[in-house]
Design a protein around this ligand. Structure first.
Ligand SMILES: *Cc1c(COP(=O)(O)O)cnc(C)c1O
Length: 432
């Protein structure tokens, strides 16, 4: 068993300082047993907690660390920039450098604006969609997460209600009334919402690769259908690529599927482990943002030079020949090995994957495409698997609804070892 003495004591102190002892809820280990592990160090694919337990990390800070921890080129670039101070509130050359890296290598955006988190990017892009179209309503999907912006903390209303209800206290009903929540992978639901409210809808926002509530892979033809129906109705198609951007391809799911969104948001990987988000669109749409246009959006620390540096270093690595192919190949090998084992034993378990993302589904279904196809009880199996893997030195995000991330630092050898640990752990879960 892991020693958790120091983490336990730190958590006790943290609870006197922060609600639930954490600064972001999923860190609290509420869905798995035990206290959260307090981390003190990361290097490559490995992390160490305050009790000196060592883990192979597949949380990777929830996605940002596509090169693994403490990557030398990211660290060096940050250190260089730090010699000259940390922030000016005036433009810097580093913003141009990162902006140029992104825009030059991304056919879907002419201009971007840097912000400091994924939530902020989404919030700003929604305001832009409304300001640009002059429409107030938005459509989102059950099973997609877009950060904690009021208009998107909305779940499907009960019964046949078209409009959503707030999924958080403190969100006024007048906000959720402007948000239509639909199931994923259901064309009729989209058609009906548009038949009823088409001329009031500013945008349809979707994670083109929904990866915050399991991995609910959508068919390309469904995303193409959304593209078309948006075109026909003057609705902006908004891809929230905060996870998928720079993860499945440099220009994200848009590049992978070859579908051009009207609006796109990035976060996570873009900042190389520091707080950065961005939203982007065509010149025409982006010209509506202040100071050019009448949609206001600003940020004291936006485009922060230290954060830009981390992003520049990380994205430069991602642009190297074969980067994404190599990421996908190693991830597929890991997933295939575990799936072949699970199938040979007839376990009710399968790993789904795309790019270097994977998700553990306690299911035998060929595909899981909507939130209601995930069995809530299957989370008990996840909890058992989680505890065993943690003891074996494998760290996953502490919830069965979260996906795992493979970084460049996860070599084939390491992934082979991890696959063996998974197979052993599955045997214990399913056979006791
Ligand atoms: C993580 C995430 C967000 C929120 O980003 P934060 O940086 O946590 O605010 C928004 N959308 C998607 C798709 C995400 O994965």
């Amino acid at each position: 068993m892991l020693s958790r003495k120091n983490s336990e004591s730190l958590f006790e102190t943290a609870k006197t300082l922060f609600p639930g002892g954490v600064n972001s809820p999923v860190r609290a280990f509420k869905s798995v047993d035990g206290v959260p592990l307090f981390m003190k160090k990361g290097d490559g694919p490995r992390i160490w907690d305050e009790d000196d337990n060592e883990f192979i990390d597949f949380c990777c800070s929830w996605g940002p660390l596509i090169l693994g921890h403490n990557h030398p080129s990211v660290r060096t670039k940050i250190e260089e920039t730090l010699q000259n101070g940390t922030s000016f509130g005036a433009p810097t050359k580093l913003e141009n450098e990162l902006g140029d890296l992104i825009v030059k290598n991304n056919p879907f955006v002419d201009k971007i604006r840097f912000v400091s988190s994924g939530t902020e990017a989404v919030m700003s892009a929604i305001r832009l969609a409304r300001g640009y179209t002059g429409r107030d309503k938005i459509v989102k999907f059950d099973g997609c997460y877009h950060g904690h912006y009021d208009s998107l903390l909305v779940k499907a209303g009960s019964g046949l209600a078209t409009f959503g209800t707030s999924s958080s206290a403190g969100v006024p009903e007048v906000f959720s009334n402007e948000t239509i929540v639909l199931p994923l992978n259901d064309r009729d639901a989209v058609k009906k919402a548009i038949a009823d409210h088409g001329s009031e809808i500013a945008c349809i926002v979707i994670e083109p690769i929904p990866a915050n509530n399991g991995l609910l892979l959508q068919e390309k033809s469904y995303l193409e259908f959304l593209r078309e129906i948006c075109n026909e109705n003057g609705i902006l198609l908004f891809f929230d690529e905060v996870i998928s951007g720079f993860r499945v391809a440099f220009a994200g799911a848009a590049e992978l599927y070859g579908i051009k969104p009207d609006l796109v948001t990035y976060g996570k990987i873009i900042g190389g482990g520091l707080p950065v988000g961005a939203y982007g669109a065509s010149d025409e749409i982006m010209s509506h943002i202040s100071p050019l246009g009448d949609v206001y959006q600003a940020g004291t620390l936006s485009g922060n030079p230290v954060a830009m540096s981390a992003g520049i270093a990380q994205l430069s690595e991602c642009l190297k020949e074969g980067f994404y192919q190599d990421q996908e190949e190693r991830t597929k090998k890991l997933v295939n090995k575990i799936n072949v084992f699970s199938q040979s034993k007839n376990y009710e378990f399968e790993m789904f994957t795309i790019g270097s993302i994977f998700w553990l589904a306690f299911s035998k279904a060929d595909a899981i495409r909507s939130a209601d196809e995930i069995r809530a009880e299957s989370m008990n199996d996840f909890k058992r698997l989680y505890a065993i893997l943690l003891d074996e030195g494998v760290y996953l995000g502490p919830s069965g609804y979260e996906v795992g991330f493979v970084s460049k630092a996860h070599t084939s050898e390491i992934l082979d070892e991890v696959a063996d640990k998974f197979c052993k752990a599955l045997t214990v879960v399913f056979e006791g």
